[in-house]
Design a protein. Structure first.
Length: 365
């Protein structure tokens, strides 16, 4: 009986491998062109001008995460010094400093109204603070999520009623903020989950995660399971971000590349790399239209890529240590970046395009 079971299992594994190879051949058959070839006729950027508008100084440790308020006037940052700072992005003033019980606050997020802050780190907990109670901000602390390892990322989702977390315990989880109860937990990664993102388009049922197991996974909240798994990276995936349309996911990795994966084609469609760039990529984000991909590297710089033509448009200098996080403002007019040099920078970028189609510029940024 045991021999029959082992034989049956071996046959099923063989059939599974055959189906995988068949699916791969079908995908390759349908891949009749590349993104670069399909975009060859699109006008390229002639130059990209930028200017650092604000330098936000106040942290005494490495900047680990930042997030923007929906109106683009405020942003928050978390640091190795164990503090969360709420900044006025225009005046550079610190509106609020929230001390944490432990250092290495690795994740922070603002809700859509700018009323609550979520944060978590090596204490394995994700807590929220009510910014409306300025007299006793520490007293408003509520622990929403608890993992068995550090919190690497967190986000408010679904009208700020739920909280999405990623952890070093190899899982992602969805939590109800009011009841502090776990709704779903997503198992499938084989190593620390470093980043998580929610599909920006309605009905926002897809979640992307990146992990130290070198993979990017897509999860469906309706099915409560993984629907796509991309294993093209050769090192840890540090950051994942949905393309503004919601059909494509971007990833940044320690293998010195950024990649785009199309969820409709179920395969990789572009790789952004250069032989001269040998440093890992810590984070990435897209401009509002998705035409530009901005990625923070360990070489202290932010490299800007044309997503269609797969060309590096420019390199943004200014930080004096590893760039740990980059985030476009919700209105698309500014970029925030955090670094191990203990500073947060706010920059505004002005694109220029060759000859015609100048009217398209406003939609790109």
């Amino acid at each position: 009986m045991a021999a029959d079971s082992e034989k049956s299992l071996a046959q099923l594994e063989k059939e599974l491998e055959h189906l995988k190879k068949k699916l791969k051949r079908n995908l390759e058959k349908n891949c009749d062109t590349t993104l670069q070839d399909a975009s060859a006729s699109i006008l390229s950027f002639d130059q990209l001008s930028y200017k650092v508008r604000r330098n936000l100084k106040g942290h005494q440790g490495k900047i680990l995460c930042l997030d923007w308020a929906k109106n683009g006037k405020k942003l928050i940052s978390s640091s190795q010094d164990g503090e969360i700072i709420l900044w006025d992005a225009f005046s550079t003033q610190k509106d609020m400093i929230i001390p944490q019980s432990t250092p290495w606050t690795m994740a922070c997020s603002l809700d859509s109204l700018g009323s609550y802050i979520a944060c978590g780190g090596v204490d394995n907990k994700c807590s929220i603070y009510d910014l409306q109670d300025l007299d006793d901000i520490a007293g408003t602390k509520r622990t929403i999520a608890t993992h068995t390892s550090y919190i690497s990322d967190c986000k408010f989702i679904h009208s700020d009623c739920q909280l999405l977390t990623a952890s070093g315990d190899t899982t992602c989880a969805l939590w109800d903020i009011e009841t502090c109860q776990m709704i779903y937990t997503f198992h499938g990664h084989k190593a620390d989950v470093l980043s998580v993102d929610l599909c920006p388009t309605f009905p926002a049922n897809l979640i992307a995660s990146g992990s130290c197991d070198n993979s990017v996974k897509i999860w469906d909240l309706r099915q409560e399971q993984c629907t796509h798994s991309f294993k093209n990276h050769k090192a840890s995936v540090n950051s994942v971000r949905f393309f503004p349309t919601g059909n494509v996911i971007g990833s940044a990795s320690d293998d010195s590349t950024c990649r785009l994966f199309d969820l409709r084609a179920m395969q990789e469609i572009s790789v952004y790399k250069r032989d001269s760039i040998i440093f890992g990529v810590s984070s990435l984000d897209f401009t509002k239209s998705g035409r530009l991909l901005l990625a923070g590297y360990y070489d202290f710089n932010i490299h800007v890529w044309d997503t269609l033509r797969m060309e590096r448009v420019t390199t943004l200098y200014g930080h004096e240590s590893r760039v740990s996080c980059v985030k476009m403002s919700p209105d698309g007019f500014a970029l925030g970046s955090g670094s191990w040099d203990q500073t947060v920078k706010k920059a505004k970028y002005i694109p220029a395009i060759k000859k015609k189609n100048y009217a398209d510029i406003t939609s790109w940024l």
